[in-house]
Write a protein that binds this ligand. Sequence first.
Ligand SMILES: [Zn+2]
Length: 249
Amino acid sequence: MNNMNRNTARKLLAVFAHPDDETFICGGTLAKYAAEGADITLVSATRGEMGRRMGNPPYLNRETIAAAREHELREACDCLGIRELIFLDIRDKTVEFTDEESLTARIEDLIRDINPDAVLTFHERLGGHPDHCAIGKATKAAFSRAGRKDGLYYISFGDMMAVPERFGYTRSDIVKINVSEHLEAKLAAFRAHRCQSEIDEWVWLPDAEALARFGMHEYFIKTELAAPLVNDDDLFQSEDSGAVFAFES
Ligand SMILES: [Zn+2]
């Protein structure tokens, strides 16, 4: 945290499914906003204990992997500057089978408590994994039930939203964040997720070679509920610090 007053810092809430989603998909953006003083809370629905990557060569098992991944996620949060980490304690690979009403209610409570200026989650159709789609669907419902319209974004993989028309979107729906100044933090977080990333040889190349593998931008999709984007290169649409609404709880 820099010298910005915590009370006036912009707040970002990321609601994802597994340890590593935050780093592998949008680590540059999280590092960028943290470096600019944003107060970031990460919610991970699971501890990723059903992951097929068990280290390379494998040194984890189904009993030890949850604690290892939690530990790695905490280290990755430190690398990215994420201030708070919350687990929903859902079993990995079962988010889609969790009671939707109670999951939505839990996320709605978090949104009301934190009152974030921007919320990130998965797209309910383009999430790429059933857990991702399920947490995205619940977060979208929770956001709406908390009375919010603006400030919810879906994360997207790599450069897929460089051509949003392929997925039924237009450029006016897309926020494109330049993360070029924050790739070192992203790489450090990749390496913190060691049991997942150590099979990927490029991650462990000398820094300059590994950094060259990253794209310079990360892309986010505005939800259909939100007003047209004012800024297409910033998740915070208002120049004001602090939240737009004050919620009674
Ligand atoms: Zn995931």
